[in-house]
Unconditional design. Structure first.
Length: 137
């Protein structure tokens, strides 16, 4: 056995922040490319549903990043970052806002629910992909 530490063990707060930013960019890229492909293949309604799901996914990763930054500051007994109350409030409010956006997109676009779910799943896919790339290195 070697005494090397695994990259995930030595992941710093800055490294985690960079990992989540990569996941946001990857989610946005997959959302735009997937929407363009879906628009060409099956119409604008399904493309709009996928794009809505991808946008919710990207913003969700951003909100999680803000919440993780807040929790890490609390765990490290550092000064709480500015806007801590705002981060927690928006994290909770985000659930209601996104529920409204999902409901509105289902009513207005009348596209495929599967396309919306695929867009919502892009956050998980992007985060897993970026994490596996970190583990591989």
């Amino acid at each position: 056995m070697t005494d090397e530490t695994h990259p995930i063990v030595s992941l710093t707060d800055e490294g985690l922040s960079a990992l989540l930013m990569q996941a946001i960019r990857l989610t946005a890229l997959m959302g735009v490319l997937g929407s363009a492909l879906l628009w060409w293949a099956s119409g604008w309604r399904n493309a709009a549903m996928l794009f809505t799901g991808a946008a919710i996914s990207a913003v969700s990763i951003f909100e999680w990043q803000r919440l993780i930054r807040l929790l890490n500051a609390k765990l490290d007994k550092q000064q709480t970052p500015r806007g801590a109350a705002t981060a927690v409030t928006f994290f909770l409010l985000r659930l209601f806002i996104f529920a409204g956006v999902i409901y509105g997109s289902l009513k207005c676009f009348r596209g495929s629910v599967v396309a919306l779910l695929c867009g919502l799943g892009l956050a998980v896919l992007a985060t897993v992909w970026v994490s596996l790339r970190l583990l591989r290195d």
